[in-house]
Design a protein around this ligand. Sequence first.
Ligand SMILES: Cc1cc2nc3c(=O)[nH]c(=O)nc-3n(C[C@H](O)[C@H](O)[C@H](O)COP(=O)(O)OP(=O)(O)OC[C@H]3O[C@@H](n4cnc5c(N)ncnc54)[C@H](O)[C@@H]3O)c2cc1C
Length: 416
Amino acid sequence: MNQKIAILGAGMVGVSCALELQRRGFDVTLFDRTAPGRETSYGNAGVIARSSLVPFNNPTLWKSLPTLLKNNSASFRYDPLFMAKNLPWALRFLSKTRQRTFEETTTALDSLIRLSAGEHRRLMIEAGTAHRCRDSGWIFLYRSEQAFAGSQLSRNTFEKFGIATQVLDAGGIAELEPGLNPIFPRGLWIKDASSVDSPGKVVEAYAKLFVSRGGAIRQAKITGITKLASGSWHLTQSDGATHETAHAVLALGPWTREFAAQTLGLSVPMAFERGYHMHYDAIGDAALTRPVYDTGGAYVMSPMEQGLRLSTGVQLTARDAPPNLVQLDLAERAARQAFPLADRRQAEPWLGSRPTLPDSRPIIDACPGHPGLWLAFGHQHIGFSTGPGTASLLGAMIAGEKCQVDPTPFRAGRFL
Ligand SMILES: Cc1cc2nc3c(=O)[nH]c(=O)nc-3n(C[C@H](O)[C@H](O)[C@H](O)COP(=O)(O)OP(=O)(O)OC[C@H]3O[C@@H](n4cnc5c(N)ncnc54)[C@H](O)[C@@H]3O)c2cc1C
């Protein structure tokens, strides 16, 4: 019984945890109400980048706040009612913009991202999915010299952490991505980055690897989790079936807040940074070979198996609020200036929520006061990248071993 572990949630985080704990000899069952990798871990931009260590709540946020609060930009929108209801979260988020916190967070995220990149590489090979991964980096595009100058904090941070980049002029951008229209005077090529052509299929391949090694996946919605007198955890499914386990891992991404409140009475300070995506054909033989981030247009365009995927910036709103397509429309308009995009490939856009804690770091830890319960959530904009590193940390904690990187910045005690 001691070796039995249930993982709740089969996104990139949960599936990675399942594989890691299985590798460590545990008897693992993975639960999800849908098939693995169908939610947030499906719809993201597929970028695995050393550069994704600069959080949204960095010291420059104060300068842009008056503009952002006008609530009309493509990069950031908010639902005033959601903000009012989540004011304590918003104030805590803003309080984490101090220089010292920024340094702690970037150091922590850098270690997690680096650890994850190596683990992804190993898992992609073992899962036979390495062909989906490109190691050609990604490009930040700037619509003016002034916009490029405004990225100084990010560039300093990349330099501090030894992240390989190259500043590009219009000619350099055209050499790397001739399909782009010549509207960007500056670019920054992040060389220390890779990307995949189908994040959902990568999660699926990891899940298949887990099953091929003897792991069990149960497609079931978990509605309850209680501690038995024996010390075990008792899970209840929506169909009434139950499961007993020594350890349980909460890896429910944006659903963790609601689940933890309803079943355990835990108050998780999580907000939802919603994003949308849409796929497009290219006109003629125009092509993109790697993801690009149009900083002025506030979208990422990634070449995917399903076409060119346009992903939007942030809409802070309730997880299940009805869609608001303003940002996608603005992003599409900007993207059409940058690239010869043809028609939309889907009738409806995809939407999903980046699950964000106030200091932009995930919680990877034991749950305080609940022995045998483990936490792995809050991966904001980088959960596709950092699932495998999260699993490495959590696996070492559960096995009582030393973690490969300092786990202190990810402790639950920050908030719980
Ligand atoms: C537009 C957009 C672009 C992004 N781009 C990138 C990127 O380029 N690179 C990057 O690293 N990250 C990116 N992200 C962030 C990344 O997608 C997330 O951080 C990550 O997918 C979170 O993974 P997860 O496993 O925690 O959650 P999820 O993938 O959401 O998995 C949670 C799972 O829990 C299941 N579940 C929920 N409730 C229950 C229940 N009661 N019982 C059973 N199962 C349940 C769900 O079905 C789901 O499968 C992006 C996000 C968005 C929205």
